[in-house]
Structures are given as structure tokens and as C-alpha cells.
Design a protein around this ligand. Structure first.
Ligand SMILES: Cc1cc2nc3c(=O)[nH]c(=O)nc-3n(C[C@H](O)[C@H](O)[C@H](O)COP(=O)(O)O)c2cc1C
Length: 210
């Protein structure tokens, strides 16, 4: 089957970090999350390690506790970043949107925490470290694309990771499993999203020689 290039391009160019347009009032069925995870685990992993583990949090009290952990470091960081970038640029809009998410994280119906089996030790060589983390992010992105294709949205966040241990205790995650992100997941308010402005690829690409 030949893929429809225009549909694929639309998906790849309009899957945004969704925060203000998450529908906080609509439930997300478990089957949709499962379908998207089935697609996510088609992603590549180093040495075919497939060390991914996923925690899907629907429980309201646990989402509230995760949102509190997130806010602890997000609040000072995002407030100061927003103050320093109030000029209507793409980045200042990102900080305003990130503050909104921080305030509403507990209301987002599902939190998905992608994890990896293993925990790199201090001094792990760069190649091993790169390979370790690179064995989850393609799957995370596939998960986000699959959500978008079904009318849902998400945002890759990492700000709760400073309190990873407390999140692990809350969710019963064993010590040898590391959390790599937290994705708030909900249906989106409308499905029309636009490509973001990005620098021309010609300015950042080198052919044959730097
Ligand atoms: C590694 C990584 C960490 C991120 N952490 C956060 C975060 O903690 N909170 C948040 O609101 N957004 C976070 N983001 C989302 C980025 O802010 C967002 O992708 C970026 O602003 C570009 O927006 P776009 O994805 O809509 O193009 C993160 C993205 C990446 C790739």
C-alpha cells in the first residue's frame, strides 16, 4: 500500500506540544491509550533492547500528587522565564502555555509516564548513555503522533523528573526503572493545528563537509 504523503506530512508537521487546547472535561478511554502504545512500541531501540515500560495514570489523587511534584520546580523556573521573554515571540508563548499546563496538570485526564528498564550509573560512557535514552524517545514521539491521528494531544514534559524518586514511591515504580518524561494526554479542543515556524533547513544542514 502506498502511503498518502500529504496525510503523513500533515501529521508530522502539525503534531504540536498541546497545553491550552487539552479538553479537561472529556474522558479518554483506556482502549485509545492501548492502541497508541501498540503503535509506539513499533519504534526502534538500541540493540533491539525494548526496555520501555509505561505507567498510565488515571487515578485523580495520583494525578494531583504528580502535578504537585511537577509544580515544585516548574513554578519558579517558568515564572522567571516568562517574565524575561514577554515579547510575543514563539518562546514567550511557549512559557505562557507551559504555565497554563502547570496550573491544570492535575485536571488532565491521563498522565502517561514512559520509563526505561535500567538506570545509568555515574560515569556511564556517552555512547551508552546516548543509546539508552535514544531507545525511548522515538517511541514517545510515535505515541504522540498516534494520539494526534485520533484527535488527542499531549506535551512531552520533564519537569517532574527532579522529584523522580517521590513519583516512583507514589506509583510503586521499582528502583531499577527510570522515568524519562510525563505526558499529559487528553482529547484536543478542535483538531486544526498548524506547522510551527522553524529556521530554514538550508541554514542548519551541511552536505559532505561542515
Ligand atoms: C526534552 C523535552 C523536554 C520538555 N519539557 C517540557 C516541560 O517540562 N514542560 C512543558 O510544558 N513542555 C516541555 N517540552 C515541550 C517543549 O516546550 C515544546 O516541544 C517546544 O516548545 C516546541 O513546541 P512544539 O512541540 O509545539 O513545536 C519539552 C520538550 C522536550 C523535547
Amino acid at each position: 500500500m502506498a502511503l498518502d504523503v500529504s496525510v503523513c506530512d500533515e501529521l508530522l508537521s502539525t503534531t504540536r506540544a498541546v497545553r491550552k487546547r487539552l479538553d479537561l472535561s472529556r474522558d479518554v478511554p483506556r482502549e485509545v491509550i492501548n492502541e497508541c502504545l501498540e503503535l509506539a512500541v513499533q519504534a526502534p531501540t538500541g540493540s533491539n533492547s525494548q526496555g520501555w515500560r509505561w505507567i498510565v495514570v488515571q487515578d485523580a489523587e495520583k494525578r494531583r500528587a504528580l502535578a504537585d511534584l511537577y509544580k515544585r520546580d516548574a513554578e519558579p523556573y517558568l515564572r522567571s522565564a516568562e517574565e524575561q521573554s514577554q515579547d510575543g515571540t514563539q518562546t514567550s508563548r511557549v512559557f505562557s502555555s507551559a504555565l497554563y499546563l502547570m496550573e491544570h496538570l492535575h485536571e488532565v485526564p491521563v498522565h502517561v509516564i514512559p520509563c526505561l528498564q535500567g538506570r545509568p550509573r555515574e560515569g556511564t560512557p556517552v555512547t551508552a548513555l546516548g543509546g539508552f535514552y535514544a531507545s525511548i524517545y522515538p517511541a514517545v514521539w510515535s505515541f504522540q503522533l498516534a494520539l494526534r491521528s485520533r484527535g488527542l494531544g499531549s506535551c512531552l514534559t520533564t519537569l517532574h523528573l527532579n522529584h523522580e524518586k517521590e513519583a516512583a514511591e507514589l506509583l510503586g515504580i521499582p528502583d531499577d526503572v527510570i522515568q524519562v518524561a510525563l505526558l499529559p494526554v487528553a482529547y484536543t479542543l478542535g483538531t486544526d493545528f498548524k506547522p510551527a515556524a522553524r529556521p530554514p533547513v538550508a541554514n542548519i544542514t551541511h552536505w559532505d563537509t561542515w
